[in-house]
Design a protein. Structure first.
Lengths: 315, 246
């Protein structure tokens, strides 16, 4: 049998809800064994894409191949091989963590001895073992989120969809989930991770795609995407006279070390510049506008998004 | 191929889902009190209100009234699963929608069977006069057929309702007409072909007249069975639509 190169290949995948074009013609090739990020603001179409690829929704048009199976025709085969961690906390509140995980294993037909052993191992890795037999309705939000993740991996799927797996988690719990996801990838699973956290996408993804308004606006490795903005730092600041912001951006762009400039909201300006804060400050002096809340930082995926769309990821 | 028979894998899935449903039901104390206390309360209140003689006359109707309420239980259960996303989560596993639905029906049918037994026993101790020739099996089986038929109605209703908090309440728009038009609280039904009307008629034959012959109860039972099969088949068909799960 020919070895699969791609875990997922989509062909002009679309999903319309009446007038709303939630996903508007997505073509993706996701290499097998990779951790692929899908980054975009809320409402960009990330979750709808995942819901189609994970057999929850039917596409309005277009198709995809999942692990070599046709998304429209071979849904049963696909369901056997995928795991889905939904964005919402989807657990049975009156079952224990152990029972919740067992139920998913039972639906996949995993032998009892196997899933029992595996459940204990997973619960231990997510620091849930000591509360494994308490009803999950008594758990904290972080514990429920970790259980939500475990329910998607008990059957060791070849392809895993994580839809915003760390939403609302404290930094410590987020780190536990990240480590878990990275560790799972090492078992040769392909992982699709949707997030609107650029830090998460940057830290975890081998490659990622940025979606906005249901369309792909960029795809590549985090390094490639950030590299498109050049090597310099970003200088972000607020100005005392908001009406001047376009004029300031125009003047700054004429400087040889400024690659791009965007205005963000009423007062905030971001410039991609290789140093040169002093010369920018000279421009501000010339137009008699004060700068404040100045930050100088390395390029992030958020800057890539700003560069592509002119607005923040969380706007 | 669409078949009524299910293989080992599916029967295991069904078994585990039924166990899950029972655990969820038993661990919800308020629900448990409602499930088991409702039939008890019903008979006790009526006994105190009207006395055992009147209760005996009303008993065939009352024993049919109880099982109809299961419509509310099933509708609320399925709406809760839809709203919480658990139904959708299950559909990403190899289990089919049909098995998920059948598991809900089986769990509720077992609960319904318990409720009928409680009604019969408590009714006996409170003074309901069962005819000595009344067949005990049919005293249980007729209300149980109403339970199954009611589950079909519940399934149809649940395929349109997405909100758990309103599901139980909306179910009463079906329950009350079935109870009142079926003559559960009167001497005779207002609409004769309803499953409740047919069941009250059959129940009266067995319970009051001690007549369990095919000639007396065969046709009503067959008609209730047709209601049940039709209702459940339509319910499963409607519920299997993509939109019903989401």
């Amino acid at each position: 049998m020919k070895k699969l190169e791609y875990a997922i290949e989509t062909h002009n995948l679309k999903k319309y809800f009446d007038e709303i074009h939630a996903v508007d013609g997505i073509d993706l090739k996701i290499p097998k064994g990779s951790l692929f990020g899908v980054l975009g603001p809320n409402g960009a179409g990330k979750s709808t894409t995942i819901r189609m690829l994970s057999t929850i929704l039917y596409p309005t048009s277009g198709n995809a191949t999942i692990l070599g199976y046709d998304l429209l025709k071979d849904r049963k085969e696909i369901k056997k091989r995928i795991g889905v961690c939904p964005q919402e906390l989807v657990i049975y509140p009156r079952l224990t963590a152990r029972e919740n995980i067992h139920l998913i294993a039972q639906m996949h037909g995993i032998p009892k001895t196997v899933y029992k052993e595996r459940t204990d191992e997973l619960l231990g890795r997510m620091n849930l073992l000591d509360r494994a037999d308490s009803l999950s309705k008594t758990y904290s939000g972080g514990m429920k989120r970790r259980l939500n993740v475990l329910m998607s991996v008990i059957h060791e799927p070849e392809l895993l969809f994580f839809d915003e797996p760390t939403a609302g988690l404290d930094p410590q719990s987020r780190r536990v989930v990240w480590d878990f996801i990275k560790n799972f990838q090492e078992r040769n699973s392909t992982i699709i991770l949707t997030t609107h956290s650029m830090e998460e996408a940057d830290d975890l993804s081998d490659a990622l795609t940025i979606i906005d308004h249901g369309k792909i606006i960029a795809t590549g490795t985090p390094q490639d995407l950030k590299g498109r903005l050049g090597e310099g730092d970003n200088i972000e600041f607020k100005i005392s006279n908001p009406e001047m912001r376009l004029d300031i951006i125009e003047r700054a762009r004429s400087l040889d070390f400024v690659r791009s400039g965007k205005n963000l909201g009423k007062q905030r300006v971001v410039l991609n510049a290789l140093g040169g804060l002093r010369r920018i400050s000279e421009i501000m002096d010339a137009v008699k506008v004060e700068m404040y809340d100045i930050s100088v930082r390395a390029n992030t995926l958020e800057d890539v998004f700003i560069d592509l769309t002119g607005r923040r990821l969380r706007s | 191929m669409n078949t009524l028979f299910i293989g080992t894998e599916k029967s295991n899935q069904l078994k585990y889902l039924v166990v899950k449903n029972f655990k969820s039901m038993i661990r919800d104390k308020a629900q448990l009190v409602w499930l088991l206390g409702y039939p008890l309360l019903f008979v006790v209140l009526l006994t105190f209100a009207y006395g055992p003689e009147v209760l005996t006359i009303m008993a065939p109707g009352l024993l049919i009234t109880g099982p109809v309420v299961i419509i509310s239980q099933l509708t609320a259960h399925l709406a809760e699963e839809k709203e919480s996303g658990t139904l959708q989560r299950l559909t990403t596993t190899p289990v089919t929608r049909k098995i998920i639905l059948i598991s809900g029906l089986v769990s509720q049918a077992i609960v319904g069977a318990f409720q009928i037994v409680i009604l019969l026993i408590v009714g006996y101790f409170l003074g309901i006069n069962y005819h000595p020739d009344g067949n005990l099996f049919f005293l249980f089986f007729i209300p149980f057929m109403v339970t199954i038929t009611s589950l079909g109605f519940g399934l149809i209703l649940a395929s349109f309702i997405k909100n758990a908090s309103s599901a139980g309440g909306l179910a009463w728009f079906v329950i009350l007409p079935l109870q009142f038009l079926g003559g559960a609280f009167m001497d005779e039904p207002l609409v004769e072909l309803l499953p409740t009307s047919l069941a009250v008629e059959a129940m009266r034959e067995v319970m009051t007249f001690g007549n369990s012959s095919i000639a007396a109860i065969g046709l009503p039972l067959l008609s209730i069975a047709l209601w049940g099969i039709g209702g459940i088949a339509l319910g499963i068909l409607l519920f299997q639509r993509k939109a019903a799960i989401l």
